[in-house]
Write a protein that binds this ligand. Structure first.
Ligand code: LRH
Ligand code: MN
Length: 424
């Protein structure tokens, strides 16, 4: 299904007067409006190819219908998202869930939807039917060299597929670890994993990056071999300058101060970027900003401060990706909400009065510092995000437009109600 530009314009015309009123209202409070709008327009969030269908849990899966049956249809669905918000101009593939049969054709199709390929994701957490070795007891950490070699070869193959698509980075997330005390020698697991990662790192093209994603638990429930930011930073520091630590918001122990982790990884020049989602308990992979939007704002506040301190380009110098799974919501609607939540947090961080905050911090004026931060967080910047979308040819209200245009109904007509997408 293609979203016609004229239909988006029609919807925008109907919403324009109300939008202009809201925009004028927020402009009164925001000194750097044009800078914020320029940065919002440049800011693109990559959509995960594995989150365009209905996920499930071990207790059940409830399909929503019209799910993409192929990589081509997944690219179409990301094209719909990007046509509506003009802020999702990239797709992140997971191999082997989305192996491109003809890379050039896939690249051309993506370009027709205004999409490029962000980080490639390898998968050594599931056994493939025809694979000689099993990852039951891990992959890059495995005590058997044959298993490690199979996992290394897979990652190198994923890099090759990414090069053909124009991607510039590989994300490695390892389920490796142990579920019982005594099962694993931690030092041995670290050394074998590091040696394996070195062989993958050596296969990276010069202009590529390796993103090492950490996670505190699941599917192993006693130890994880890349469990937290400290362990990931240890690996990437030992690997070399093309290796970075990727922060998935759902991969932390309860009450972890993620914004502080982000600040320090950025300070070290080792922050890869993000898998954005939200969670209340574990790796729940919920809609971004649906549980803890203030934490998301605080993370972007550290990002803007830290990136400006290093003279980084906000739009291109870090990996901005969503990693979510949808059990109850329409996947496309959920992703539209997630991108919007990220844009709102970014816009709020851009309007923080940084000079006043630094002065308050220098004066240990704790209450004043909080007032400055929350003044930005409590500013309704939705009209700025809408204006950025409008100026880029998108919808003032992408989620409203998605419903008005009956996209899901059309997809169900086109694809059927029982189709199942590959992925989580
Ligand atoms: C692991 C993870 C990782 C992906 C997978 C789909 O929990 O966050 O990023 O490979 O989800
Ligand atoms: Mn992730």
């Amino acid at each position: 299904m293609q979203v016609e530009k004229y239909k988006v314009s029609e919807l925008n015309n109907a919403a324009l007067a109300d939008h202009k009123r809201r925009l004028e209202f927020v402009k009164a409070d925001v000194k750097n409006v044009e800078d914020v709008l320029t940065k919002l327009q440049a800011f693109q969030v990559a959509i995960p190819s594995w989150a365009l269908g209905t996920g499930g849990t071990r207790f059940g899966r409830f399909s929503g219908g019209g799910e993409p049956r192929s990589l081509e249809e997944k690219i179409e669905d990301v094209g719909v998202i990007h046509a509506l918000n003009q802020s999702s101009g990239a797709i992140s593939l997971h191999i082997p869930w989305d192996i491109p049969q003809n890379a050039q054709a896939i690249k051309t199709l993506a370009a027709q939807h205004g999409l490029v390929f962000d980080a490639m994701n390898s998968n050594t957490f599931q056994d493939q039917a025809d694979a000689p070795e099993s990852y039951k007891f891990g992959s890059l950490q495995h005590v058997d060299k044959a298993v490690r070699d199979q996992a290394i070869a897979h990652n190198i193959e994923v890099i090759k597929q990414g090069v053909a698509l124009g991607s510039k980075s590989l994300t490695v997330w390892l389920a490796d670890g142990s579920s019982f005390p005594g099962q694993l020698n931690f030092r041995g697991a670290f050394e074998r994993t590091l040696d394996s990662l070195k062989q993958i790192y050596a296969a990276l093209p010069d202009d590529w990056k390796l993103y090492l994603e950490y996670k505190c638990y699941e599917p192993n429930f006693y130890s994880t071999t890349v469990a937290d930011w400290g362990q990931s930073l240890l690996y990437v520091t030992k690997l070399g300058p093309k290796a970075y630590t990727l922060v998935d918001l759902g991969h932390h122990l309860p009450n972890a101060n993620i914004e502080q982790i982000v600040s320090l990884l950025l300070m070290e020049g080792r922050l890869a970027g993000f898998h954005f989602n939200d969670s209340k308990y574990g790796d729940d992979d919920l809609t971004v900003g649906c549980i803890n939007p203030y934490q998301l704002f605080l993370i972007f506040n550290e990002l803007v401060e830290g990136m400006d301190a290093r003279g980084m380009n906000h739009a291109t110098d870090l990996g901005w990706m969503i990693d979510a799974s949808h059990n109850l919501k329409d996947p496309i609607e959920d992703l539209l909400q997630s991108v919007q939540a990220i844009q709102l947090a970014y816009a709020q961080a851009l309007i923080v009065d940084k000079a006043a905050l630094q002065a308050a911090q220098a004066a240990n004026d704790v209450a004043k510092a909080q007032e400055i931060l929350q003044a930005a967080y409590r500013t309704d910047v939705r009209a700025l995000v809408s204006e950025a979308s409008l100026r880029a040819g998108g919808a003032i209200d992408p989620i409203g437009a998605y419903r008005e245009l009956k996209v899901r109904e059309n997809l169900i007509k086109e694809r059927g109600a029982k189709t199942v997408a590959t992925g989580l």
